[in-house]
Design a protein around this ligand. Structure first.
Ligand SMILES: Cc1cc2nc3c(=O)[nH]c(=O)nc-3n(C[C@H](O)[C@H](O)[C@H](O)COP(=O)(O)OP(=O)(O)OC[C@H]3O[C@@H](n4cnc5c(N)ncnc54)[C@H](O)[C@@H]3O)c2cc1C
Length: 447
């Protein structure tokens, strides 16, 4: 009998870790506190619940680092990617997912696996022995958070993300809004019309920025002093950084033609993306916000097409928990002071569903290999998986460590390619070609 692998947290990372280890023949117990203990963001008791956006971002595995991570996880028989593909929604070049059936399918696949059992309990202490993975995510319960802090001695950092509001499709004025993906991207008509666009004139944009600046916001709690993560800035904070920041960010009007008025180029465009298979819900892309609810509805209804919008969910703020991985973890993702414990997912300081699941995939394989007595090298540095794990377990500056999305900036340069924007296409292709070969070699070495 081999040793059992215990995984605390059945989110994106814990679910993928369990799947990988179980498929290698190791018995796995997932300890998940929901639905007994809830978090403010999860709504269900399902494993792998998507708490906010329904997007896995770009699915382009040649020109985009997160698309490459999709590719690597698919090549490794990843459960999260398989179920995301199964419940894919049209979203241009992005991989959007029908969240409830997705989480249900992950839960079903894990509970049906002969090597996996799920115990619905909160763990509040660090285990003294056995083989463990902690994958409790950005909303790690307070008890376990305190235990981790007591062990590591390092401050668990906290910062604010923000939830983007969701609008009922029927309440959107289609005499003003129109359906189109940016640059008409997508292979099918459905893909090319995956986004709903709301145009703004100069005057409307200026009035909107004024309203954002003066709207009532939720205040930071005492002690919550860490900065925002730049990839997830609330719109009002972007607006504070400059009146044009939004027009060059989530509200950029490029690649779009107003179907109701093709000769007039909008000054700014708000995009909404389908949030469920039925097409009844749309989320406002990039509109994370910490405006108070009353102010939020008022300001968002200034957007042409959303004058009468009804909101299925308003935006909100939330906390994130992550450890200082560069100082605490080795490249096998083990806690240096207690090597029988690995960390995986967002708590390691990666950011996003895909990155978290990826770190689960890796931790699950590494733990299973150790249990089976056939330890393996960590992911190759030139793969997307490797670029991430090498960043968090040593590549990043420990003193200023902040959560990281996968991006080509984490990759070693490929010789012989021009820097800058002009050489970008060839350079990215070279990164992804190289990564795929190295990743496949790493997988082959295990089979
Ligand atoms: C409000 C909010 C909005 C977000 N929006 C986005 C977004 O739009 N896009 C995106 O890519 N990412 C988003 N994130 C980040 C997202 O949560 C992560 O990318 C991803 O879910 C992390 O995966 P994970 O497995 O590390 O953690 P999770 O998916 O959160 O899973 C952790 C699991 O551990 C469980 N758990 C916690 N403590 C314990 C304990 N002590 N004992 C047992 N179980 C425990 C939790 O119930 C949970 O099921 C958001 C996070 C929050 C909090």
């Amino acid at each position: 009998m081999t040793e059992t692998l215990h995984i605390i947290g059945g989110g994106m990372a814990g679910s993928e870790a369990a799947w990988q280890a179980a498929n290698m023949g190791v018995n796995v117990v997932i300890h998940e506190m929901r639905p007994k203990v809830e978090t403010f963001a999860h709504r269900t008791g399902h494993l792998a619940e998507m708490v906010c956006s329904n997007s896995f971002r770009s699915d382009d595995d040649e020109q985009n680092a997160v698309g490459l991570l999709h590719w690597e996880m698919r090549a490794a028989n990843g459960l999260i990617m398989a179920m995301a593909d199964k419940h894919r929604l049209p979203a241009g070049g992005a991989l959007a997912v029908d969240r409830d059936p997705f989480a249900e399918s992950v839960t079903e696949a894990l509970t049906a696996h002969p090597n996996i059992s799920v115990e619905y309990d909160e763990i509040t202490e660090l285990p003294e022995d056995g083989q463990w993975i902690i994958a409790t995510g950005p909303l790690t319960s307070a008890g376990l958070g305190a235990a981790i802090q007591a062990e590591t001695g390092a401050d668990a950092l906290a910062f604010f993300d923000a939830i983007a509001p969701i609008v009922y499709a029927e309440s959107i004025n289609m005499d003003v809004a129109w359906l189109q993906s940016r640059y008409d991207k997508g292979d099918t008509e459905e893909e090319r019309k995956a986004y709903l666009n709301c145009p703004m004139t100069y005057e409307q944009y200026e009035a909107f920025i004024d309203a954002l600046e003066t709207a009532d916001k939720t205040e930071f709690h005492e002690g919550e002093t860490a900065g925002y993560f730049d990839g997830c800035l609330p719109i009002e904070v972007m607006a504070e950084r400059g009146r044009d920041t939004l027009r060059f960010g989530p509200m950029k009007p490029v690649g779009l033609t107003n179907a109701h008025d093709p000769d007039n180029k909008p000054y700014a465009v708000v995009q909404l993306r389908r949030d469920n298979a039925l097409g009844t819900l749309y989320n406002i892309v990039g509109f994370q916000t910490k405006m108070k609810y009353g102010a939020q509805t008022e300001v968002l209804r200034m957007i042409p097409g959303l004058e009468d919008a009804s909101f299925a969910r308003l935006g909100g703020i939330h906390r994130n928990t992550f450890i200082n991985s560069p100082t605490l973890l080795d490249n096998q993702m083990r806690l240096k002071s207690k090597p029988h414990i690995r960390f995986a997912g967002q708590i390691t300081g990666v950011e996003g569903y895909v990155e978290s699941a990826a770190m689960g995939l890796l931790a699950g394989r590494l733990a299973a290999a150790e249990i089976l007595g056939t330890p393996m090298e960590t992911a190759p540095a030139n793969s997307a998986m490797g670029a991430l794990v090498h960043h968090i377990t040593g590549g990043a500056e420990a003193k200023t460590f902040q959560p990281m999305n996968v991006n080509f900036g984490l990759f070693h340069p490929v010789e012989g390619f021009k820097g800058g924007r002009r050489g970008r296409k060839d350079r990215y292709k070279a990164y992804t070609d190289r990564a795929k070969i190295d990743w496949q070699d790493w997988l082959n070495a295990q089979s």
